[in-house]
Ligand binder design. Structure first.
Ligand SMILES: Cc1cc2nc3c(=O)[nH]c(=O)nc-3n(C[C@H](O)[C@H](O)[C@H](O)COP(=O)(O)O)c2cc1C
Length: 153
């Protein structure tokens, strides 16, 4: 049994990667072990323990490029159930779009439908108005105890 938090990165132009790297540094500074997945495919991920997902919305409400393959699997009608998984989602977008943060919202809801456990509430970051690092830092610092006490696998 290891204590690894798996950080999934859904990005097209890199903003989300920088944010996920920043949060990884915070987690490591709290002596939590992490593993980055910059192009997460469903098959390559452990199906138990914790996923922390940073996902930008692109297109018209679509997943960012690095998680399109992941989307194809979890959005299928017969997608595999994930009863041993816990997760939290940080959704990134811009409020000028009608489909603000829609990919992150979809991912959060879809994992819940697949019987995974939402470890804490979704954060939505508006890249037009928010300070992304400040918001994400506050969000993750509030959740350190939950991440630490969770029996990771
Ligand atoms: C072509 C394009 C389409 C976008 N579509 C959406 C959208 O539908 N909803 C949303 O909330 N943000 C949308 N955005 C904003 C991105 O989510 C935002 O720019 C984000 O910082 C991109 O993150 P990334 O650099 O990690 O890819 C779009 C951006 C671009 C360039």
């Amino acid at each position: 049994m290891t204590n690894t938090i798996h950080i999934l990165v859904g990005t097209t132009s890199g903003n989300t990667e920088a944010l996920a790297d920043h949060v990884q540094e915070i987690l490591e500074s709290h002596e939590l072990s992490t593993e980055m997945h910059y192009e997460p495919t469903f098959d390559s991920l452990p199906k138990s323990g914790v996923w922390l997902i940073f996902l930008a919305t692109h297109g018209a409400g679509d997943y960012a490029d690095s998680m399109l393959d992941f989307y194809d699997v979890i959005a299928e009608a017969n997608a595999p159930l994930l009863p041993d998984l816990s997760y939290a989602v940080c959704a990134i977008g811009e409020s000028c779009y009608d489909t603000f943060c829609e990919a992150g919202r979809h991912c959060d809801e879809q994992l819940s439908i697949l019987n995974a456990t939402r470890l804490f509430e979704r954060l939505e970051i508006d890249m037009m108005h928010d300070d992304p690092e400040q918001k994400a830092t506050y969000w993750i610092n509030q959740s350190i105890d939950k991440l630490r006490s969770y029996p990771h696998q």
